[in-house]
Design a protein around this ligand. Structure first.
Ligand code: FAD
Length: 292
């Protein structure tokens, strides 16, 4: 099922994210974790592409397994910036052959050391290049893109970031998933600005449950996210007690989701990071609201 269709409902729906294993030996454990998450019957599951050192070749196997074995719609991520036209074409052919119709089209991070390189000869410079190619290959693909409530770290300012975001949507993005954020007001301000700029596609806020103190530094480094004092106090208080930190982090993420739903947002993406227990606990905290 196309994700653009799933996003039309009025009740709260959660989707979960998993990432591929780094090695062949880890494949089974990642597959098992994704299956446990799939059993929760989320609205869809997304499978990242090579993020965090994962191996991109497993993205499709995992996405296909989720869809075929559990009937849960899957969203396969695909990045382009460090790939050639030929590799991307091969990937698109494989995606079609696997029966996957939902693709999160991303640029990917610029490989280390090439940040200041001349990019004029690159096959792909921005996500929009991939979005256009996907739409030309098969207009029936349902394409999602990334967006950044706190602006993309490479953007000069939010106006410029939103200008290019609008171009991505005009090129064929049917929905956008946000980078993680820890203060919902940042999301509400962003929504106001993008709607004003004429971006009307559904926005799926991405919520990252922080379940251990080490994750805080990693999350900030990865996303440049602002950490509200309320969140910092929680890490100060519980950071040295793993169980308490996990409980507090899950409660914080749950609270964010409730506030989003109370403010009219019906689809929330949880960066569940191959942790079925975290996905389960969030879903169970929201059981009456979700009707599950
Ligand atoms: P783009 O949309 O190309 O934007 C990147 C920068 O270029 C922005 O500053 C933008 O304003 C600017 N820009 C865009 N278009 C133009 C243009 N035409 N001309 C000039 N400037 C332009 N990474 C992975 O490796 N694998 C994943 O699976 C993955 N999943 C992600 C999922 C989500 C929801 C998010 C938010 C990020 C994900 N990432 C993933 C990280 C992502 O690849 C990086 O954030 C990357 O740096 C930017 O990707 P993008 O698709 O947003 O790029």
């Amino acid at each position: 099922m196309k994700i653009s269709e799933l996003l039309k409902g009025n009740s709260l729906m959660l989707s979960f994210e998993v990432f591929p294993p780094k090695t062949e030996t880890a494949f089974e454990s990642v597959k098992n974790a994704t299956e446990e998450i799939a059993k929760l019957r989320p609205s869809f599951m997304s499978v990242t592409y090579g993020a965090g050192g994962g191996t991109s070749k497993y993205t499709l196997d995992i996405a296909k397994n989720i869809k075929e074995r559990y009937g849960v719609p899957s969203l396969a991520h695909l990045t382009c910036v460090s790939s050639t036209k030929e590799t991307v074409r091969e990937k698109i052919t494989e995606i079609k052959a696997a029966g996957i119709r939902n693709i999160m089209a991303l640029r990917g991070d610029i490989p280390a050391g090439l940040e200041n390189a001349d990019r004029s000869g690159w096959d792909y410079r921005h996500a929009i290049d991939l979005i256009r190619e996907l739409k030309e290959t098969d207009p029936d693909f349902c394409i999602g893109g990334a967006c950044y409530p706190e602006i993309h770290p490479e953007s000069k300012n939010q106006r410029e970031d939103i200008f290019y975001l609008k171009e991505k949507v005009d090129a064929g993005c049917e929905f956008l998933t946000t980078q993680m954020f820890f203060d919902n007001n940042l999301l509400y301000n962003f929504l106001y600005k993008i709607r004003e700029a004429g971006i009307t596609v559904p926005i799926i806020p991405g919520i990252m449950p922080i379940t251990n103190a080490n994750q805080v530094d990693r999350a900030i480094k990865l996303s440049d996210s602002f950490m509200p004092q309320r969140f910092k106090s929680l890490v100060d208080k519980f950071g040295s007690d793993p169980d308490a930190m996990k409980q507090a982090g899950i409660a914080y993420a749950t609270d964010q989701i409730i506030d989003l739903y109370a403010n009219g947002i019906t689809n929330v993406h949880v960066y569940s990071m191959n942790k079925p227990d975290v996905a389960m606990r969030i879903q169970s905290n929201l059981s009456d609201i979700l009707g599950k």
